[in-house]
Design a protein around this ligand. Sequence first.
Ligand code: GLA
Length: 499
Amino acid sequence: MAVGKSSRHYLGESESVEIQHGGRRRTTSSLDTPYVLVLTPRYILIGIFSLGFAVSFSYFCLSSGSHFQDNASVPTDPVEGVVEEVGQLPFMGYNTWNAYHCEINETLIRETADNVIKLGLADVGYNYVNVDDCYSEKNRSEAGDIIANAERFPSGMRNLTDFIHGLGLKAGIYSDSGWFTCALYPGSFQNEERDARLFNVEWGFDLLKYDNCAVPFDEIIKEGMVGKFTRMSNAIRDLAKETGRAPMLYSLCQWGREEPWLWARELGQAWRSTPDIEDTWRSIAGIINANSFITWANNFYGYNDMDILEVGNGGLNYEESKTHFTAWAFMKSPLLVGTHLATITEETLSILKNKEIIAINQDPVVGTSVTPFRWGVNPDWTSNTTHPAQYWSGKSENGTVFMLINVLDESADMTFNLTESPWMKAGRQYAVRDLWTHTDNGTAVRSFTAKAVPAHGVVALLMKDDGDEPKGTEPPCQREEWCMDKNGTRIDDIGFEPW
Ligand code: GLA
């Protein structure tokens, strides 16, 4: 399977979504962390229905778990001669652009690769070192090849990738689907096969980021966005067939233009879904907002790329940086470090190396993203670039993962009922793990409150089923709508009358 086709990656998920707001609760315990579990009052109740529900739901979970694994390992569209797949999980690594822009050279990239190892970034999964724009001469050779810039890359690109590979890492390169790159170095339009061969076979790169600048006139290209990016996809695929080696991972970069989440999965393994990131909270919030509406597009072998991380670059405070990193990880974006590694702080490293957060991004069993179940300060489905959705959940190998984002400029308590998330079972209680404090935070029954979440801060939780909730927990149904006793007595007071 060279370049992922969609069919096997859109995995069957058919549970219905229930959303509940409100509910009665009281604080019963205060924990080591700033967050406090809140449990509902317990009344006398016989929970006959909950057991049956739990059993059948457990059965579903067990069978869907194996379903994911089966689908992940069985290609439905193998490319003849290609023995290896790439890009099943969001790729992780380093990219030169955010930290250095065009000021790159081979010494810097070697040092960066060394630091990826020394700082332990490779140990937690960052295994690509990607060279972005500005590595070449401004003109191709007489023979028509892109040439590495003689001043900045005097030892040549093969030397560089040998060095990177020697460290046990992979190497990425950059080009453009038009005449030129965005910094006006040669692009690959009409040279796709030649350049794919140069990058992969001659130079030894394992990944290609492919940009969207210098678009040829319509009368020349006679293609839309899809066709323009298909040209290089075909070149990579054909080359992999020919060589029998793994194809270059193809990372499309057209800033979300023409809805790549609808088609780029057919061509490559990641696609930029939004414009260029900036080192500001405003930019982070805007990217989270835009991507909150297309989380469904993520699954194995194809991911919305929310852009290179800005963690460590100075424009975000500690809380904002954690929110940025959590959102990118949980929304299954590729994770590309984009800061100066020679001067990186312990605080920045502690964010980038949070293994419990990374584990969600790199989940080998569940390829889907977290998705908002409640927007919070805004009505559900509101698009608001400064105040994106606040309450998110998703499936993971080890339980249900929650992401709470305080989009306000002051600290706030954040509360949700457990079964507002479609992945939680009624009638069960959950063990709570905080993925930033790295503490087990007791048991949640019915609801959870995070107290005093800092402005622009995040709470990242993993909730694992911990058995039946206490007998007699009230109200009889956590989700009140249509709650009914087996004798036909309606328990809710919503007031809706049947026909
Ligand atoms: C575009 C891309 C960036 C970066 C620059 C390089 O703006 O979106 O990520 O690659 O080009 O010029």
